[in-house]
Design a protein around this ligand. Structure first.
Ligand code: S3P
Length: 433
């Protein structure tokens, strides 16, 4: 991808996390759930298919507008076939929570990337609630056959890592438990499940506990159908934002970006680096804070990113590493152990991409250190994407402004989260070769 200065306005696709949850709550709510602004990426569509397999009627009315008629809590049907989640960690793990607490048996599988991802972090609490794992791949990985508990035990669970997926799986199973299910997290992770539980009428209480939070959910609520309006995904917005920062002369507006503080770590970090980002027209859409972001090309400076910020920008480190490669000075990103178990080992994949682009860097324990010289890096390398959409998009963005263009070995999986990435970037002025 190459290009002159980027110009124009652009609305990123719907948030992936909220889109998955919109389908799942549609399944668990008896009646009609309307969704607007759904991300029609492969990951989310697979969650939709899985909801159909469990008894929901799922209908696309118009681009981004969907209707789900769910059987509701306790009325799920056992799926006839394997639930194939493709590349989708979130979809598969949240659905394990649903199945684990709802007395049905289902087999979960996916692509080569999903088959490498750890699932015991989800299966462990579900076992405590009474679910049984009937079959699993090596090391508790997919393919996994899970027999859900008919009458799940309400538990108090401390998540071993800050993970919204673990928290959400336990809460979704806890929806069908008699009594209060509690999740305690040492660091707060994204809170979309808690918000959506409240939006659909469940009794859920969130209280600060140390640096983290405690979530208490009263089981077996009468979920009420509701409309879900999906805001623009800050994790997808990250790519045009960094592109505009590094391509000289750029000036773009990214519209309707969700600014939920538990998702805004990248924005905080880029502002600390000296990014020219103006936050305009702050408002609330669909229960989430959103804003338009005007982004102008900027001279960036290296910063120290604390480990405590990781949960609020866990998916944004690959593109932050790209920004850091153009910044003057050292950027140290701390506490990135969770990056090793994403769609790829992102710590290794980012380091290999930086090496391919001639950017000095090091992995020191769980930290990634990038040495920028305040000028475009050489570029010109070939990046192995390992079926990871965010690795592909990050290094394509780097290629917009590195001295030689970057090449990635695969772009097919970009459709999991940002199907219109290429046309959207082209409209802003980028060129793909
Ligand atoms: C997500 C949680 C995060 C994130 C993923 C989406 C979610 O994963 O990386 O892309 O929607 O709950 P973890 O919970 O594993 O940190």
């Amino acid at each position: 991808m190459r290009g002159p200065a980027l110009r124009g306005r652009f609305r990123p696709p719907g948030d992936k996390s909220i889109s998955h949850r919109a389908f799942l709550f549609g399944l668990l709510t008896c009646g009609e759930t309307a969704v607007e602004g759904l991300l029609e990426g492969d990951d989310v569509l697979r969650t939709g298919k899985a909801c159909e397999a469990l008894g929901a009627a799922v209908e696309r009315l118009a681009p981004g507008r969907w209707r789900i008629r769910g059987p509701g809590l306790g009325a799920l049907v056992p799926p006839r076939d394997t639930l194939d989640f493709g590349n989708a960690g979130t979809g598969s793990r949240l659905m394990m929570g649903v199945v684990g607490g709802h007395g049905v048996t289902a087999t979960f599988d996916g692509d080569a990337s999903l088959r490498k991802r750890p699932m015991t972090r989800i299966l462990d609490p579900l076992r405590l609630m009474g679910a049984e794992v009937l079959a699993e791949g090596q090391g508790g990985r997919c393919p996994i056959t899970l027999k859900g508990a008919r009458d799940p035990a309400p538990i108090v669970y401390r998540t071993p890592v800050a993970s919204a997926q673990i928290k959400s799986a336990v809460l979704l199973a806890g929806l069908n438990a008699r009594g209060v299910t509690t999740v305690i997290e040492a660091e707060a992770s994204r809170d979309h499940t808690e918000k959506m539980l409240a939006h659909f009428g469940a009794e859920v209480r969130v209280t600060p506990e140390g640096a983290g939070r405690r979530v208490d959910l009263v089981g077996r609520p009468e979920l009420r159908p509701n409309k879900v309006v999906v805001p623009a995904d800050p994790s997808s917005a990250a790519f045009p934002i960094v592109a505009a920062l590094i391509v000289p002369g750029s000036d773009i507006v990214v519209e309707g970006v969700m600014t939920n503080p538990l998702r805004s770590g990248l924005l905080t970090t880029l502002l600390e680096m000296g990014a020219g980002i103006a936050i305009l027209d702050r408002r609330v859409e669909g229960g989430e804070e959103v804003a338009d972001l005007r982004v102008r090309a900027s001279d960036l400076a290296g910063v120290d990113v604390p480990a405590a910020r990781a949960p609020s920008m866990i998916d944004e480190y690959p593109i932050l590493a790209v920004a850091a490669a153009f910044a003057a000075g050292t950027t140290r990103m701390r506490g990135l152990h969770e990056l090793r178990v994403k769609e790829s080992d992102r710590l290794a994949a980012v380091a290999a991409g930086l090496a391919a682009a001639g950017v000095p860097h090091a992995i020191e324990g769980d930290d990634l250190v990038v040495e920028g010289v305040g000028a475009p890096p050489a570029g010109g390398g070939l990046v192995a994407t390992h079926l990871d959409h965010r690795i592909a998009m990050s290094f394509l963005v780097m290629g917009l402004a590195s001295r030689a263009p970057m090449t990635v070995d695969d772009v097919g999986m970009i459709a999991t989260s940002f199907p219109a990435f290429r046309p959207a970037m082209e409209r802003l002025g980028a060129t793909f070769e």
